[in-house]
Design a protein around this ligand. Structure first.
Ligand SMILES: [Zn+2]
Length: 210
């Protein structure tokens, strides 16, 4: 309830004080506390850079934690939209940052339940938790040792896409060998259907004939 005599559209907090010229007692109090903290250099902004939150969410995706689980368990929300401003260099509420960081601390070395999240994260080239030393440092680059490499005629992303059934335009011989090597258990016909690699090629590789 606004105080008697205050005709602002919004009431009660510092934002209303500044934007809507609210002069209710609660708004004046917030504004006074803000000015005092600012004067004493004790003021901490309720917003922080979103870069660490984005990296954490992506690294968690890499480990198989989908956004909706992070949203639910860390923030009590149904999804991350709205909580995270997706653009790098954006901002998030400090509460959101801290909640995601806490979830990350307890989950980043555990495999999550979603293979879809894992595959998508690799396809998009997201960096895993181990690639980061100082995940909140905007100058930090993910360590190349842990990120997906594009290496000569072996494109890691193409191999992973093929293994997940998302067949790239054309696999090189090295990529074909790698796909077969990484999936030793799927029957040849099923693997062929999933990856587009010929059945007899799969059988030859499995028998060690090249
Ligand atoms: Zn007011």
């Amino acid at each position: 309830m606004p105080d008697v005599g205050c005709n602002a559209i919004k009431h009660g907090d510092r934002n209303a004080y500044q934007v809507n010229k609210c002069r209710c007692e609660s708004a004046r109090n917030e504004e006074r506390i803000y000015r005092k903290r600012k004067r004493e250099n004790r003021y901490t902004s309720p917003l922080v850079s979103s870069i660490g939150s984005m990296r954490r969410v992506r690294a968690l995706n890499y480990m198989g934690w989908p956004g909706y689980i992070i949203a639910e368990e860390a923030l009590g929300r149904r999804n991350l939209r709205g909580a995270l401003i997706s653009a790098m260099g954006g901002t998030v509420k400090r509460y959101t940052h801290d909640a995601i960081a806490a979830f990350y601390e307890s989950h980043c070395m555990i495999m999550g339940p979603s293979s879809n999240a894992r595959v998508t994260a690799r396809k998009r080239g997201y960096a895993p938790p181990l690639a980061w030393d100082n995940i909140d440092d905007p100058k930090e680059k993910p360590s190349a040792a842990y990120t997906v490499r594009v290496n000569g005629d072996l494109d890691e992303a193409a191999v992973i896409r093929a293994l997940s059934g998302d067949v790239p335009t054309k696999l090189t011989n090295r990529e074909i060998a790698e796909v077969i090597r990484r999936d030793p258990d799927t029957p040849p016909i099923a693997l062929s259907e999933r990856t587009g690699i010929a059945v007899d090629t799969i059988q030859k590789h499995r028998r060690g004939i090249r």
